[in-house]
Design a protein around this ligand. Structure first.
Ligand SMILES: NC(=O)c1ccc[n+]([C@@H]2O[C@H](COP(=O)([O-])OP(=O)(O)OC[C@H]3O[C@@H](n4cnc5c(N)ncnc54)[C@H](OP(=O)(O)O)[C@@H]3O)[C@@H](O)[C@H]2O)c1
Length: 214
């Protein structure tokens, strides 16, 4: 079904490689594990549309279900409507997928975005959206979560966001899944950083698909 070869990779036209693109996202050549890295292009999608289905959705899933240890959206639904996740940067590529996966998991989703993207993130299922440029954004999120928020994803992970997302976590502390490495500014808030290839190493007994082939 999937033909791999050393040198230029040939894939069936209805398949596309999603997970492992080698050391650079702009690499000209790909090595993919057929079991882990190739899925059919959804019906009616062009290759160009499908090409964005790799890094962003996998990173969103990894942050929710590996870093934050939430159930997979394909396995279980939260029954507690108070179970809330903050997705900081909901209009980013990772954020847009994280919102949808979190809603599929039955979570209440709070996010931040520019006002021009409020309708976009609401359309993806966001319950409440806040303008991250508003000086009172953290206070507003704390009020909307009764100072009890305990999980968040920081899809930006730079600038003021490490401080902002950590401060939005409630009094008892919690965990923030991050996409660029940084130290937690608050002892009661843990940060969980991983890279996309880490999920593949876990699924491949500690080796990346490329390493399996050499
Ligand atoms: N660790 C990993 O495995 C991994 C994987 C993939 C990507 N990454 C990294 O993740 C980062 C994000 O990637 P991406 O492709 O999702 O980004 P992106 O799509 O380029 O995100 C751009 C959006 O982020 C929003 N944004 C910017 N600054 C913000 C802030 N301070 N607060 C809230 N939202 C803000 C803006 O939303 P508005 O338009 O609403 O203002 C903007 O439209 C990159 O640095 C990338 O290298 C890491």
């Amino acid at each position: 079904m999937v033909r791999l070869q050393i040198g230029p990779v040939r894939l069936h036209p209805s398949l596309f490689p999603v997970l492992w693109t080698g050391p650079s996202n702009t690499t000209h050549y790909l090595v993919v594990d057929a079991k882990l890295g190739v899925v059919p292009i959804p019906d009616g999608w062009s290759f160009e549309e499908a090409a964005q289905l790799g890094v962003a959705p996998m990173t969103a899933l990894q942050r929710l279900h590996q870093s934050l240890e939430l159930p997979s959206p394909f396995e279980a639904r939260s029954t507690d409507p108070r179970c809330t996740v903050l997705i900081w940067g909901g209009a980013s590529a990772i954020g847009q997928y994280a919102i949808q996966f979190a809603k599929l998991s039955g979570l209440r989703v709070l996010t931040t975005a520019s006002p021009k993207n409020f309708d976009l993130v609401r359309g993806l299922g966001t319950d409440e959206v806040f303008d991250y440029r508003d000086e009172s954004v953290v206070e507003e999120i704390c009020a909307a979560t009764w100072n009890a928020l305990d999980i968040a994803i920081n899809t930006v992970s730079e600038g003021k966001t490490p401080e902002q997302v950590t401060s939005a976590i409630g009094d008892k502390g919690g965990k923030v899944a991050i996409i660029l490495s940084y130290e937690s500014p608050r002892p009661t808030v843990k940060v969980a950083f991983s890279k996309l290839p880490d999920v593949l190493r876990r699924e491949s007994n500690g080796k990346c698909p490329t390493e399996l082939l050499v």
